[in-house]
Design a protein around this ligand. Structure first.
Ligand SMILES: [Zn+2]
Length: 90
């Protein structure tokens, strides 16, 4: 049996299979983006697919605290769009 790695949602702190979480990465160049592969380099944060958690996560202030850097509103919007597209696909 293949074991699926588990990660914790940064908002609700519940554990999920890695593939059931969204991974958001902040890389060295300061970019913040959604990482569908789960393999991108950088500081990653996992958030589960519940509406409430995604909403809370995609908050400029929250992201700035989580990644300890300034986050532009359009970056937040881009990630939000990527996540909502992803949600519709499942
Ligand atoms: Zn959650």
């Amino acid at each position: 049996m293949k074991k699926i790695p588990q990660r914790t949602c940064v908002i609700c702190h519940l554990k999920f299979d890695k593939r059931d979480l969204f991974r958001i990465v902040s890389d060295k160049s300061g970019e913040i983006f959604f990482d569908p592969t789960g393999k991108a380099n950088g500081r990653g944060a996992y958030v589960c697919k519940s509406e409430a958690c995604v909403d809370q996560f995609l908050n400029k202030n929250y992201l700035e605290r989580a990644f300890k850097r300034k986050v532009e509103s359009d970056v937040v919007e881009t990630v939000r769009q990527q996540l909502s597209e992803k949600k519709q696909m499942k």
